[in-house]
Design a protein around this ligand. Structure first.
Ligand SMILES: NC(=O)c1ccc[n+]([C@@H]2O[C@H](COP(=O)([O-])OP(=O)(O)OC[C@H]3O[C@@H](n4cnc5c(N)ncnc54)[C@H](OP(=O)(O)O)[C@@H]3O)[C@@H](O)[C@H]2O)c1
Length: 339
């Protein structure tokens, strides 16, 4: 008997040539190579999103050499649902490719009620990592991050929790995120003494958010730690999507996101000027924004989000033009008010 399910009953097989085009960079002085473009599941992978769209995005990503998928306990909405959806798709399509994937998760923001479901205690991090593994159906994650600094928990306690997870085999590497430069250096020093070197720092970095340039990038470089730049498109503002208004299906128009219409409107004059520079380079603004970050070798990878395969396809083309001449750099700095 044949089944009449015509949706997509064919088993997924990754493209044979998936490693041909992607550029990989070493993460700090570790043994790990990361794709210069990684995919984050903060948005577009929760229960409120379309699972088949999410599945197509993941398949396209893996087929084009994106080996790194980034999650956190609270991605969704609701919290936890991105990990559950990812777990489902992993089981269905990617289980046989597990050893070709770098999967990360994090804990540090509010996750469950009461005093033990937030910030940086050993109690929270270890319980949260266990929960994430269950939701994704994994034995281990490749990277486990402390998601943000906790001003009240001793840094030694938080770092020793990361070290513990690595020693237990629940995470292969430890990472930190949103740590300012001085604290990142202290955390790296503690982890090194514990025998679990910090692999990577996940930092917000885009044309609109350049705080890492003052100290952090040098400190990471000096300590052999990789840098992965999150929200490199400033949540979509550094693309052509908002040039003619706010589309109904965009992040800025949706509820339960962290991008307000007012933020977009305030940046529009700069977005338009940057778009002109991109055009003279023969790129789309999205592509220039990613190339601009990757021109610096200290940036291991840019961690993008995508709500469609088309966006991902467009963004991947940024790798065709990573070099900027001095005039282009100066013009961009002028627009950004950095000259
Ligand atoms: N560590 C942390 O604290 C932290 C915080 C935030 C994010 N992150 C990580 O970073 C990842 C990426 O963050 P992000 O989603 O803010 O990154 P982003 O790349 O700056 O923004 C992604 C969004 O921009 C829009 N977009 C992408 N490509 C486009 C294109 N070519 N044309 C038009 N619009 C395009 C889409 O939004 P639309 O829905 O409008 O189409 C997409 O969802 C997250 O998934 C997460 O893994 C980490």
């Amino acid at each position: 008997m044949r089944i009449t399910d015509k949706t997509n009953p064919i088993e997924y097989r990754a493209q044979e040539d998936r490693y041909d085009e992607m550029i990989y960079r070493r993460c700090g002085n570790s043994g790990i190579l990361l794709p210069t473009i990684s995919l984050g599941l903060w948005h577009n992978f929760g229960y409120l999103d379309n699972l088949e769209n999410a599945r197509n995005i993941l398949k396209y990503a893996f087929d084009t050499g994106i080996t790194h998928f980034d999650l956190a306990n609270n991605y969704g909405p609701p919290y936890g649902s991105a990990e559950e959806s990812f777990g489902l798709l992993l089981k269905r399509d990617f289980a046989k490719y597990r050893d070709e994937l770098i999967i990360s998760s994090k804990a540090g923001f509010d996750m469950w009620p009461g005093p033990y479901g937030n910030l940086g205690s050993r109690k929270y991090l270890i319980a949260s990592c266990d929960q994430s593994l269950k939701r994704m159906g994994l034995d281990y994650v490749d990277i486990f991050y402390h998601h943000r600094p906790d001003p009240d928990t001793p840094l030694e306690e938080t770092m020793s929790a990361l070290d513990h997870l690595v020693r237990q085999g629940k995470a292969l590497y430890a990472g930190i995120s949103n740590y300012p430069a001085d604290l990142a250096e202290k955390a790296a020093c503690i982890l090194k003494d514990l025998g679990t070197p910090c692999l990577i720092h996940q930092a917000k970095y885009s044309m609109f958010e350049r705080w890492v340039e003052s100290d952090l990038l040098d400190i990471l470089d000096d300590n052999g730690i990789g840098c992965i730049a999150f929200s490199p498109l400033a949540q979509g503002m550094l693309t052509d999507k908002y040039i003619n208004g706010i589309p109904k299906d965009s992040r800025a128009a949706k509820a339960m996101t962290y991008l307000e219409k007012e933020q977009v409107e305030a940046q529009l004059p700069k977005i338009r000027q940057l778009q002109e520079i991109a055009q003279t380079r023969g790129q789309k603004l999205s592509q220039m924004a990613l190339s601009w970050l990757l021109k610096d070798d200290r940036v291991t990878s840019v961690l993008i989000g995508a709500s469609s395969v088309k966006q991902l396809e467009e963004n991947l083309e940024s790798l065709d033009k990573l070099v900027f001449d001095e005039d282009e750099i100066r013009k961009i700095d002028d627009v950004l008010g950095e000259s």
